[in-house]
Write a protein that binds this ligand. Structure first.
Ligand code: ATP
Ligand code: FE
Length: 355
């Protein structure tokens, strides 16, 4: 099976070609065109600008992805496009492009949930059977899910306020670092002292595996103001220490709540086969290392996709399309764009999960 995937739910326009063969699935090409520069002056993604830019470059991304893969449209077996959740103008641009391609080629088209794309990525790169426990940590989401099938996710808990990626981005902004903030903070943190500036770990004393990051973000803001007041400006070493302290706090929270999610899953009966992590924040080396440690101690396999497949890309969308096709889920030529689309929409709650 050879699939073309399209992604345009936020500020990356992406297209990718995947080839599924008897020995596994290969990413033949994965083109990602970021829009960072277009939004830099506004301090965040401007939906109107994003939508227009997607409409302009998606065709080029498709051409580039096919050329890099060395595959003509006649070799394709299916198309997959992000149908939500995300900025609706961008999602629409992707869906319209994909429908145009489907009409022109006669290929079957699958609409994919962007979060399912993230959530299924560990199965693209590793031999990971269902079910598995998934920590989805991205720019807009933070959830513990049991992945039971390409279309079946059960939520064990999640953030009650901000997503960690959003917190990384906001803290970077208040420290004068460019967007996206995650990789910038990671780079600064590598040279900082994570223990000098104390920051809180919200919700760690509460049972269950819900998480909270907004208090941590506010505490980082206060710490910055105190450092600036003391030194008359933000010194480089203070910035590095604050980045290191913030990253450590996020890693502590994610590791402790992952430990509890594993325990909740165990209590509910089944033996936990693996913990997988996915989403943009899963590209963070310190966080990956902490989760790896946790899994080693708990005797659980740990799966983390390569960094380029953690942040937004279209390979994960093509892969989710292949998963749907293989599971016998019918193609959806009339796919509609959805701004909101929870992953656990119609799944029954897991007993004992509390939430
Ligand atoms: P969602 O998937 O929830 O809809 P999104 O698609 O915007 O949101 P992703 O592309 O999955 O989010 O992830 C982007 C986020 O990941 C950004 O907030 C970015 O700062 C963060 N991120 C990327 N690399 C790192 C890193 N090395 N460390 C921490 N955070 C990172
Ligand atoms: Fe994403």
């Amino acid at each position: 099976l050879i699939f073309l995937g399209l992604e345009s739910s936020c500020d990356d326009s992406a297209a990718a070609v995947l080839c599924e063969g008897p020995v596994g699935t290969r990413v033949l090409s994965s083109v990602v065109r970021g829009q960072g520069r277009l939004h830099a002056a506004f301090g965040g993604v401007v939906p109107e600008i994003a939508a227009r830019a997607h409409a302009e470059v998606l065709d080029l991304c498709v051409e580039e992805a096919l050329a890099q893969a060395g595959v003509g449209p006649e070799k394709l077996n299916g198309l997959a496009v992000t149908a939500g959740p995300g900025l609706i103008g961008g999602v629409l641009a992707g869906v319209m492009t994909a429908k145009g391609l489907a009409a022109a080629t006669g290929l079957p088209l699958w609409g994919v949930n962007h979060l399912a794309g993230h959530a299924l990525t560990p199965r693209l790169t590793d031999d990971l059977p269902f079910p598995y426990l998934l920590l989805l940590v991205s720019g807009g989401h933070c959830q513990f899910l049991i992945a039971e099938g390409p279309d079946h996710f059960r939520r064990l808990g999640g953030t009650i306020d901000d997503a960690p990626g959003e917190a990384f981005d906001k803290v970077a902004k208040l420290l004068g670092l460019p967007q996206p903030g995650g990789p910038e903070i990671e780079r600064e943190a590598a040279q900082g002292d994570p223990r000098r500036i104390p920051l809180p770990r919200p919700l760690l004393d509460r049972e269950g595996c819900d998480l909270s990051f907004s208090g941590l973000k506010t505490a980082a803001l206060r710490a910055r103001d105190a450092l600036v007041a003391r030194a008359g400006g933000l010194r480089e070493s203070d910035r590095r220490d604050l980045c290191a302290a913030f990253q450590l706090a996020v890693a502590d929270i994610l590791a402790e709540k992952s430990r509890r999610a594993l325990a909740i899953y165990r209590e509910a009966g089944p033996e936990v086969p693996a913990l997988a992590v996915a989403g943009g924040v899963a590209a963070n080396g310190a966080i990956r290392a902490r989760l790896q440690d946790l899994c080693a101690r708990e005797g659980v396999a740990f799966v983390a996709p390569p960094l380029a497949l953690c942040t937004d890309n279209a390979a994960m969308i093509a892969w989710a399309g292949i998963e749907r096709a293989r599971a016998g889920i019918p193609a959806d030529p009339a796919v509609v764009a959805r701004p909101r689309w929870p992953l656990d929409g119609d799944a029954a709650p897991l007993l004992g999960a509390g939430k």
